[in-house]
Design a binder for this molecule. Sequence first.
Ligand SMILES: *[C@@H]1O[C@H](CO)[C@@H](O)[C@H](O)[C@H]1NC(C)=O
Ligand SMILES: *[C@@H]1O[C@H](CO)[C@@H](O)[C@H](O)[C@H]1NC(C)=O
Ligand SMILES: *[C@@H]1O[C@H](CO)[C@@H](O)[C@H](O)[C@H]1NC(C)=O
Ligand SMILES: *[C@@H]1O[C@H](CO)[C@@H](O)[C@H](O)[C@H]1NC(C)=O
Ligand SMILES: *[C@@H]1O[C@H](CO)[C@@H](O)[C@H](O)[C@H]1NC(C)=O
Ligand SMILES: *[C@@H]1O[C@H](CO)[C@@H](O)[C@H](O)[C@H]1NC(C)=O
Ligand SMILES: *[C@@H]1O[C@H](CO)[C@@H](O)[C@H](O)[C@H]1NC(C)=O
Ligand SMILES: *[C@@H]1O[C@H](CO)[C@@H](O)[C@H](O)[C@H]1NC(C)=O
Ligand SMILES: *[C@@H]1O[C@H](CO)[C@@H](O)[C@H](O)[C@H]1NC(C)=O
Ligand SMILES: *[C@@H]1O[C@H](CO)[C@@H](O)[C@H](O)[C@H]1NC(C)=O
Ligand SMILES: *[C@@H]1O[C@H](CO)[C@@H](O)[C@H](O)[C@H]1NC(C)=O
Ligand SMILES: *[C@@H]1O[C@H](CO)[C@@H](O)[C@H](O)[C@H]1NC(C)=O
Length: 713
Amino acid sequence: MQELPSSPRNSKSLSMPFLGLAAVLLLFFASHTSSCTEQESSSLINFLDGLMPDGNGGLNDSWVNGTDCCKWEGIICSSDGTVTDVLLATRGLKGGISPSLVNLTGLLHLNLSQNSLEGSLPTELVFSRSIIGLDISFNRLEGHLQEMQSSNPSFPLQVLNISSNFFMGQFPKTAWEVMKNLVALNASNNSFTGQIPSFLCINAPSFAMLDLSYNQFSGNISLGLGSCSMPRVLKAGHNNLTGALPDGLFNATSLDHLSLANNGLPGVLDGSNIVKLSSLTVLDLGSTGLSGKISDSVGQQRRLKKLYLDNNSMSGELPLALGNCSNLGYITLRNNSFTGDPSKVNFTMLDLRTADFSMNNFTGTIPESIYSYSNLVVLRLAFNKFHGQFSPSIGNLRSLSFFSITGNSFTNITNALKMLNSCKNLTSLMMGTNFKGETIPHDETFDGFEDLQVLTIDDCPLTGQIPLWISKLAKLEVLDLSLNQLTGQIPSWIDGLGFLFFLDISSNKLTGDIPAALTKMPMLLSERNAAKLDTRFLELPVFFTPSRQYWTVGAFPGKLCLDNNNFTGVIPPEIGELKMLDILNLSSNSLTGEIPQEICNLTNLQMLDLSNNQLTGAIPSALNGLHFLSRFNVSNNKLEGEVPSGGQFDSFSNCSYSGNPKLCGPMISNDCNSRTFSASGKRRNNLRHALVIGITVGDSLLLFCLHASLLQG
Ligand SMILES: *[C@@H]1O[C@H](CO)[C@@H](O)[C@H](O)[C@H]1NC(C)=O
Ligand SMILES: *[C@@H]1O[C@H](CO)[C@@H](O)[C@H](O)[C@H]1NC(C)=O
Ligand SMILES: *[C@@H]1O[C@H](CO)[C@@H](O)[C@H](O)[C@H]1NC(C)=O
Ligand SMILES: *[C@@H]1O[C@H](CO)[C@@H](O)[C@H](O)[C@H]1NC(C)=O
Ligand SMILES: *[C@@H]1O[C@H](CO)[C@@H](O)[C@H](O)[C@H]1NC(C)=O
Ligand SMILES: *[C@@H]1O[C@H](CO)[C@@H](O)[C@H](O)[C@H]1NC(C)=O
Ligand SMILES: *[C@@H]1O[C@H](CO)[C@@H](O)[C@H](O)[C@H]1NC(C)=O
Ligand SMILES: *[C@@H]1O[C@H](CO)[C@@H](O)[C@H](O)[C@H]1NC(C)=O
Ligand SMILES: *[C@@H]1O[C@H](CO)[C@@H](O)[C@H](O)[C@H]1NC(C)=O
Ligand SMILES: *[C@@H]1O[C@H](CO)[C@@H](O)[C@H](O)[C@H]1NC(C)=O
Ligand SMILES: *[C@@H]1O[C@H](CO)[C@@H](O)[C@H](O)[C@H]1NC(C)=O
Ligand SMILES: *[C@@H]1O[C@H](CO)[C@@H](O)[C@H](O)[C@H]1NC(C)=O
């Protein structure tokens, strides 16, 4: 050593002993304060800089350069001060994910789930040398996932969750090859395409959970799952997979949850195969094109809790052994061609909560054994060939909330109501197309039904009047009595039903005026009232129309359908008070007078049908202020004057107006200035117009007023 250090800062010239001491001191210092390295805090600061100023989740308050990043919010360090966890789920983060995070060389867990992050996912993070858990689910990330560039023997990643983003393209092949430690992969709810790789488990022996549902994967399922020692969850539903279920699938004997719903996988569910999956608790093969019977071996599926076979082409009788699936809590066989009498099966599923047998060809009476299911919440038997009367023991179904028997041949409506009256938890009762030609009980008092929100008894046809006992259903929201032979008037107590917002009494033989009470229905009067509706929803979509599914009653439109009766008198101007109305149909009655101006106040209106009455006067031009109106029909009245124009009215064709020879306007090629209203051919065309409207309306049954099996239960 010739020179003395000119400055203590010149570390190069420090003597070795000094350096050694400094190092020891540094280590000592570090291990006791666990402070992270400058490179780590830099990486994190760079990540923060990649976020938008209004989307940093307040991280900038603690993430200050120069302070120990182990103390920053969402950061966890190991005892030696290495950043191991970056946990920033649900922070409201916006912006991109900076690749700088890859410089956190000791990072084990990165959780950025449920934010609003955009852009691409840095490939370096997927193929990180340290990360074992990566969760970036529920963001707005997009683009292709890149293949890995350099080859490296193995990566530690065990859990990868990239679900619910906007990723597309093929899932990177190299990922399957190098991720030898992968245990769980969730890529659901993106737009991935291409085939599911076949060698998954050959490379990752501990693989246990795969969720690829809600993508656009195609091709055969050739998962080679037989070579996985312990897959527990396999979900690939709602893709575009084709071909038969591969035999290898059934080698995965540890499978707990198998869901392939909504793919094209025709074939028969082979009993000798399915029985191998003895650990199954969830089997979802709905909408896959399966045919054939349910095999007897299903009875050996003792752990099965949920069985979905809906929307297939399955047939035959239910195997008696089905009764042995004693843990079953959920079964849907909806929309198949099953036959026979299910009451032969001795159901012993005391935890059964939901049973859907609708849309099959089942016969017989309601299985007595079902009556002991005190936990049953949903029972749907709609559209079968069941018959008979209800036994008093139906009252044992204390939890029954949703009950649909629409479209069967049950008899004795008086008895049915009496028996069901003791199911105190009933909220939806759908009984249409039964009780053929019976008379609806009128004066009976039913002191139950306290919670009833939905009641449909349409298309039976029933005689009698709108019964008084309905006035006691204090929570009723939806009432459908359409397509019966009911006579008499609309009862004046109707506005006492404080929650009713959907009333369909069309296609009956009702008479009299449109009563003032109808224009005072509280739920249709204001938004404030509508907010009081119960928004509870069941665990499955329970209300169906051919084109829609509804999870809650509250999602239904506000609706008044009085069409196809023999109502007389004028349309009361007070109808303009029903601001919450979406649909108003008064067609095919004998209404007279003018269309009240006040109808123009119904600003939510989507459909207005006043056709086939004897209305006179002009069409209020202010109707063009109804911005949501998509269907409008005033045909076959005695209206005159100019047809409204502007707004929605520019989209209505002349079938909205036909059969009113004195109407004029550019829409209907009757010039208002010329007085030569040629009515030639108009009448003859009416029938065809009516037909056209009927057909176009058919795809939105619930919105309009065609009633047969309106709510399919
Ligand atoms: C953090 O501060 C150090 C000096 O204290 C500086 O060298 C570094 O560039 C800063 N990092 C960032 C990301 O600003
Ligand atoms: C953090 O960011 C927010 C939003 O951009 C800003 O209002 C706030 O002043 C910042 N706080 C600090 C300490 O920089
Ligand atoms: C990682 O750190 C090195 C050295 O500080 C730097 O050169 C590099 O750009 C960083 N990488 C990323 C992706 O930020
Ligand atoms: C990420 O955080 C969310 C929210 O706290 C949590 O639900 C999820 O399980 C975490 N992901 C992983 C892989 O631990
Ligand atoms: C699904 O597959 C069918 C038949 O291979 C093809 O016609 C269709 O376009 C595919 N759909 C999507 C969304 O990939
Ligand atoms: C399934 O197991 C059987 C019997 O152990 C075996 O012969 C067959 O090759 C396996 N299938 C697959 C696809 O692994
Ligand atoms: C029920 O059976 C009838 C005739 O027996 C058949 O026409 C109909 O298609 C079957 N319905 C279903 C859903 O299988
Ligand atoms: C039905 O199952 C119950 C409970 O396991 C049993 O007590 C009853 O005897 C069975 N009935 C028939 C007809 O098998
Ligand atoms: C009836 O419904 C209420 C409200 O949903 C629920 O709290 C109660 O447990 C139900 N009763 C039974 C017997 O299921
Ligand atoms: C219908 O039910 C009522 C009440 O339960 C009963 O009195 C009556 O006899 C039944 N009618 C028929 C035809 O079975
Ligand atoms: C409707 O009522 C009017 C007046 O009461 C009557 O003349 C007419 O025949 C009734 N029409 C129908 C279809 O019942
Ligand atoms: C309803 O319409 C009438 C007539 O068109 C109008 O005078 C009245 O102000 C409207 N009421 C409301 C609350 O918009």
